[in-house]
Design a protein around this ligand. Structure first.
Ligand code: FAD
Length: 293
């Protein structure tokens, strides 16, 4: 199948792109890397009247350090994240996660802005943004908005972006002293969308955690910042504490059944990821008193 006919515009500035989005409203779609938009159009899941191709907006591309923030432009491609020394030093969680996003051909074109705006609940980057406590910067006719990543993802393929807004960049706080991160996912093949995954950012303190943001993905309609992980903060981690957090995680998650896995299997995989994450971050295995790992 091929896409329905559409008009094509290639703006030369962000202001020009916003004018087009205001003029066409929800009949227009922004084109970044095209790796999710074009398949959806070819399958006629969506049929926009106008494509606004932002590929020439070089001000939306690149990674820069400014004060205590790392800024990543919306058009920065997955491959740029993977190869960036700044990302490896300041946000190693992203380096680890991007290696699991699709395959080189997709990573060569797909962008961080496209991935976040697309908001697939099984995507790696949205979960990382929540784990890293990122701020997502969007611009529209009423000016700029700064949205906490935790508030940005509102459902399956849904975000706080309005059709007249453009995702401009994301900002990440620099890691604290004693920061550590963990990323792992279960997928049928490397590069497939996850069946269940976790992205975590922690601050270590005396063999435990003084802060732990553990974000599960592919187990709900958006990335889930696990409240149950708070049970692991500022306590001595032992098998009973881990079992308690694991049980609370099982109650907190509300995964769906689909062709890939049942809800029960996803919940089980998330608990395994929790135990692995804690063990790797602390540098020692912590047996879960109630679950075989
Ligand atoms: P596009 O496809 O251009 O756009 C996606 C959506 O975001 C569209 O609705 C578009 O209008 C909107 N949009 C794009 N940029 C902006 C912006 N700046 N402001 C506002 N709206 C915007 N992704 C994963 O996370 N994990 C995977 O394992 C994975 N596997 C894949 C396997 C295959 C075979 C393919 C084809 C894709 C896969 N993807 C995967 C998706 C890939 O990561 C895409 O690159 C990404 O989801 C979208 O980025 P894009 O730049 O291609 O965006």
């Amino acid at each position: 199948m091929k896409a329905s006919a559409f008009d094509y515009a290639r703006p030369t500035s962000v202001a020009n792109a916003l004018q087009l989005l205001v003029a066409h409203g929800d009949k227009a779609r922004v084109l970044s890397g095209g790796q999710s938009l074009m398949p959806a159009m070819n399958l006629r899941l969506i049929s926009p009247d106008v494509i606004v191709d932002i590929g020439d907006l070089s001000e939306l591309r690149g990674i820069s350090l400014s004060g205590d923030r790392l800024s990543i432009g919306a058009l920065t491609r997955h491959v740029d994240l993977l190869q960036s020394p700044e990302i490896a030093a300041q946000a190693p969680l992203l380096t680890q996660a991007v290696a699991h996003v699709a395959h080189p051909a997709v990573r060569n074109r797909g962008t961080i802005g496209g991935s976040l705006a697309h908001a697939d609940p099984a995507s790696e980057l949205p979960a990382c943004m929540v784990a890293l406590d990122a701020t997502i910067i969007v611009r529209g006719p009423a000016g700029e908005r700064r949205i906490a990543a935790e508030e940005f993802f509102t459902g399956t393929y849904q975000t706080a972006l309005s059709p007249q807004e453009l995702l401009i960049s994301v900002e990440l706080p620099l890691p604290r002293e004693n920061a550590a991160c963990f990323f792992q996912e279960f997928a049928r093949r490397h590069g497939d969308y996850a069946i269940a995954g976790v992205a975590a950012q922690a601050t270590l303190q005396e063999g435990g955690f003084s802060d732990l943001r553990m974000v599960f993905f592919a187990v709900g309609d958006r990335p889930v910042l696990a409240k149950s992980a708070n049970r692991l903060v500022n306590v001595a981690i032992n098998p009973l504490v881990l079992s308690d957090a694991s049980r609370a995680l099982g109650e907190e998650l509300d995964p769906q059944d689909d062709q890939q896995a049942s809800a029960a299997m996803r919940r089980h995989l998330a608990k395994i990821l929790l135990a692995r994450c804690v063990g790797v971050l602390l540098g020692r295995p912590v047996p879960n008193a109630s679950e075989p790992v």
